[in-house]
Design a protein around this ligand. Structure first.
Ligand code: N01
Length: 534
């Protein structure tokens, strides 16, 4: 029988961010032999890697935390309305510690290949250190935004200064005092990091390709009264997790903006602007699905940018045009636009003067050369699929996942892939992913996968595989849900448009976490309809 008969684990988890930690914890409680591999030297995933100055969540702390455990919720007290990276990382560490997970995780170990052995019905998983383990089930918890993307700009390797990607920020403090810093990219990361870098650096040049909509966070410390009131809100939050589109409540007027008079409309939007956070996009019911309605909201935000940035030319370059607000991830940052009023901060519009090359000493555009000591790449991720397709996963008959997804990823419910038995993908493409509160989505996916594994074990079954027809049907549902939104009006990482050569397919399920949960529940209640179990 040799190696074929060896099975090291019932379930191997890849990744020790929130998804991997919660999965591991549930598997441990359910009595499975389980283990996790993690590339980093600690837990936390996104919040382990994104240590750039200003990194902070854009969902309120009291919503961006686990709810499956009342005691955990009661005992953890958040300090700010929107928690900063170090506090969220501490929360992840606290979670891992409390659940006794550290002995179950091998750190600094990247998985470099996973092959399904159809004869044994077992996954063979190889690490960067050359070890191979065999596991009955494999669960990926590798994150939607973990495969950092640095564009191939000519000359990039010649740069003699320091180079950082926001998603791979060093653990040691980076001293930017007196330095000339270039930031490439103006998505959520670029927009968050700029005000902080501008505080330290002597000069900052922001290289912007697409202007982005950004709203103030309105961050502040939570009051003692707010902190004390939180445990009593637990039951309500749990209820909202399954009955709302995002997994938490984003209160709105319940009215269409198009049916709202100018004065009231303005008053509501001003109120939301002052409140801060993304609630402005939920203020009215039609701004996410009707272009005319969306334009009213977008114009409000454009006017705010013009009113904030004192140089009219810079302001106009910063104003997003040509795509609806909310169809790229809405950015949240206190002080982003105002930072351009500082004398040592300059905007370069790459649409007018594209980058020609990175030189040894800076960046040369078609218009000018910018001497720089530090280059910050806030250029995003090969989102949703990159971490999976970079891992060399092969399923039944040696079919490669990367090859299978060449024309765009297809999955069943975002949780499983036909041809890849016993592989489960937490927050995989086709799930609600970043279009909902990630922690709510993770709790749902983990619970659902755990229940399926327990069901298999109870029935003495060894294999679950998504059926190709169910997968096709789900891909149609993902596309149909997107077609009812405004997302398809915009090129973004949601559809793979940020990576050269990547298939253009809208990847997240945009029908809402509440609807998604009901679908997954009905699949389970129906004996895991769409899976073949054996
Ligand atoms: O990445 P992005 P991100 N030359 O892909 C530009 C989450 N997150 O790291 O738009 C010049 O959004 C690119 O330009 P364009 C959140 O889900 C959350 O900022 O493609 N520029 C864009 O401006 C977020 O959505 C928080 O034209 C180039 C930028 O780089 C997601 O992570 C904080 C370029 C990339 O923006 C990703 O955000 C941070 C090139 N060759 C992240 N290539 C919170 O607030 C790319 N760009 C919780």
């Amino acid at each position: 029988m040799g190696d074929r008969g060896r099975i090291d684990y019932d379930v191997l988890v890849i990744g020790a961010g929130f998804a991997g930690l919660h999965m591991l914890s549930e598997l441990k409680k359910a009595g499975f032999r389980c283990h996790a591999y993690e590339t980093g030297s600690g837990v936390g995933g996104t919040w382990y890697w994104n240590r750039y100055p200003g990194a902070r969540c854009d969902i309120e702390s009291v919503d961006y935390c686990f709810l499956h455990d009342r005691t955990l919720h009661r005992d953890w007290v958040w300090s700010e309305r929107f928690a900063a990276q170090p506090e969220i990382l501490r929360y992840a560490e606290h979670f891992a510690d409390r659940a006794g997970l550290l002995p179950l995780i091998t750190f600094e170990t990247r998985v470099v290949a996973a092959d399904f052995d159809a004869l044994g019905g077992v996954w063979s998983v190889r690490t960067e250190h050359g070890d191979t383990v065999r596991t009955r089930f494999l669960v990926t918890a590798v994150g939607c935004m973990s495969a950092a993307h640095t564009p191939e700009i000519p000359g990039i390797s010649r740069f003699r200064g320091e180079r950082f990607h926001t998603g791979r920020w060093p653990h040691e403090p980076v001293d930017l005092a007196g330095k000339r810093v270039g930031i490439i990219g103006t998505g959520s990361s670029g927009i968050q990091v700029l005000p902080e870098i501008a505080e330290q650096a002597a000069e900052v040049v922001v290289f912007q390709r697409t202007p982005n909509f950004s709203v103030p966070a309105g961050n502040r410390p939570l009051t003692e009264a707010e902190q004390a009131a939180e445990p009593a809100k637990y039951d309500e939050r749990v209820a909202l997790a399954s009955t709302t589109r995002f997994g938490h409540v984003v209160p709105g007027t319940g009215k269409p903006i198009l049916d709202t008079g100018h004065g009231t409309r303005l008053a509501v939007l001003e109120d939301r602007w002052a409140l801060g956070g993304t609630s402005i996009v939920a203020a009215f019911t039609d701004t996410g699905r009707d272009l005319e309605a969306n334009a009213l909201l977008a114009d409000f935000v454009r006017d705010k940018i013009r009113a904030t940035v004192t140089d009219p030319e810079t302001a106009e370059q910063l104003v997003p045009k040509g795509y609806p607000i909310g169809t790229k991830r809405l950015c949240v940052s206190d002080g982003y636009f105002a930072t351009f009023n500082r004398d040592h901060v300059r905007l370069v519009d790459l649409r007018a003067e594209p980058i020609e090359e990175v030189t040894a000493d800076g960046v040369r555009t078609t218009g000018e050369t910018f001497p720089l000591d530090v280059l910050v790449f806030a250029t995003g991720y090969d989102a949703f699929t990159g971490a999976l397709t970079r891992m060399n996963i092969t399923g039944r008959d040696g079919v490669s996942l990367t090859r299978q997804w060449e024309k765009g990823p297809k999955s069943y419910l975002g949780l499983a892939v036909a041809g890849f038995p016993n592989l489960f993908t937490i927050a995989g493409p086709g799930s609600t992913m970043v279009l909902s509160n990630m922690l709510r989505a993770i709790e749902h996916h983990v619970g659902w996968i755990r229940d399926l594994l327990v069901t298999l074990r109870s029935a003495d079954l060894l294999t679950a595989e998504a059926e190709a027809d169910s997968q096709e049907d789900w891909a149609c549902q993902v596309a149909a849900a997107a077609s009812r939104t405004l997302y398809h009006h915009t090129d973004s990482y949601y559809s793979g448009a940020n990576i050269d050569g990547k298939a253009r397919v809208f990847m997240p399920y945009s029908g809402g976490l509440d609807v998604y949960r009901r679908i997954c529940d009905s699949v389970a209640a129906d004996g895991y309809r769409g899976f073949s179990l054996s």
